[in-house]
Ligand binder design. Structure first.
Ligand SMILES: [Zn+2]
Length: 374
């Protein structure tokens, strides 16, 4: 990588830790510029027009669910975005099945948040529990491989479980918590992996862990096409059809459903917290808060000054909280402190070095779009 002088965008807080960032003559970066170009219409859409799009969508989901126990699936992590989707879905008269995946790292706070929410809304809950020894073996293989996206394991399995549950009940819609206002800013390509990469997961686990995949519900490019074309299941970002303000949502969740907030986005899992707050910055020089904060700045929910002040602090409440997570992580992974130090000093390797099906997926997607969408 070429060494370049440090620079931070003058409008958001993205900086040269994203290797492919570029700046215009005013010091404004391509990330927030692209975000405004691609999503500006969603951030500033006329509320009446948005309402019409929402009503049309809701009517479609209801019609597709006639005679079935549920009309949509909602993946819940315990975070604000997915919790809010569930609340709004019920309010709009939909009949969601909340789906949760337990990989052994959920914080007690997240478990309580989900339990309170599901009970308060009077819903069923499907929880998929992954065998911990198997999951730990997969994680160990990913650590040994020195790849950046350890969370590929959780994200991939979560997508698989959502698709499987939808298909098993004949449900056509999966409502996701992803949304433009708080996460529409594109994550730099080198900060994460392709999330439907079953081949990558299998080859890394075979090469380093020799882990037998039994309960881990991996999903690949062909599986996705199978669910989308044969079962006609689609993912929808319903929050983009609503006036979504993360802070207001959190307030209502707290008041009505005894929801307890987390200090940062995606901190509902102890591993995610440790990964984003410690592993990514220390081993990979990546602070994902930059992307989350930048999206909130551009959508007018956070000031740039407040974001900069927050970024100068540790992504943990204090040093003690970080030490507790380090101890918890070492114990759970059966690592010594030396194991952790060795891991942190080893250089990064790319996911693609171990085989990937991203290219296959791109080809399938191009065929799909040329045949079905045009
Ligand atoms: Zn920017």
């Amino acid at each position: 990588m070429i060494d370049r002088p440090y620079q931070m965008c003058t409008r958001c807080v993205m900086d040269t830790s994203a290797p492919d960032i570029s700046f215009d003559q005013h010091g404004v970066c391509n990330y927030c510029t692209d975000f405004l170009e691609n999503s500006g219409h969603i951030l500033h859409e006329d509320p009446a027009a948005k309402r019409v799009r929402l009503d049309t969508f809701v009517a479609k989901v209801k019609a597709s669910g006639k005679g079935k126990p549920y009309d949509c699936v909602v993946g819940v992590s315990g975070g604000v975005d997915s919790s809010w989707v569930l609340v709004k879905a019920v309010e709009l008269g939909l009949r969601p099945l909340p789906v949760h995946m337990d990989n052994g790292w959920n914080s007690e706070l997240a478990q309580n948040n989900i339990a309170n929410l599901v009970k308060g809304l009077g819903l069923d809950l499907y929880t998929h529990v992954i065998d911990w020894n198997e999951y730990r073996g997969l994680m160990q293989a990913f650590f040994d491989a020195d790849v950046v996206d350890i969370e590929l394991l959780y994200d991939n399995a979560m997508k698989a479980v959502n698709f499987q549950q939808a298909a098993s009940f004949g449900v056509k819609f999966i409502l996701s918590g992803s949304n433009k206002t708080s996460e529409g800013l594109v994550m730099p390509r080198s900060w994460h992996a392709f999330k439907f990469d079953k081949k990558n997961i299998k080859s890394i686990s075979k090469r380093f862990g020799n882990v037998k995949i039994v309960t881990f519900p991996a999903i690949g490019a062909f599986d996705r096409v199978y669910f989308e074309l044969i079962h006609r299941v689609t993912w929808s970002s319903i929050l983009d059809l609503l006036e979504y303000n993360k802070y207001e949502a959190m307030k209502i969740l707290t008041e009505k459903f005894s929801y307890k907030p987390y200090p940062y986005k995606h901190y509902e899992s102890i591993f995610t917290r440790f990964y984003q707050g410690f592993i990514l910055p220390r081993k990979f020089g990546i602070d994902k808060r930059r992307v989350h904060f930048s999206a909130l700045i551009i959508s007018g929910q956070l000031t740039r000054d407040a974001a900069i002040a927050d970024l100068s602090k540790l992504p943990y409440q204090d040093e003690q909280a970080l030490q507790e997570d380090i101890d918890f992580f070492l114990k759970k992974m059966k690592w010594s402190r030396t194991d952790l130090e060795n891991y942190l000093t080893r250089p990064r390797k790319e996911h693609e070095e171990y085989g990937s099906e991203e290219r296959v997926y791109q080809i399938l997607k191009n065929i799909y779009f040329s045949v079905f969408h045009y």
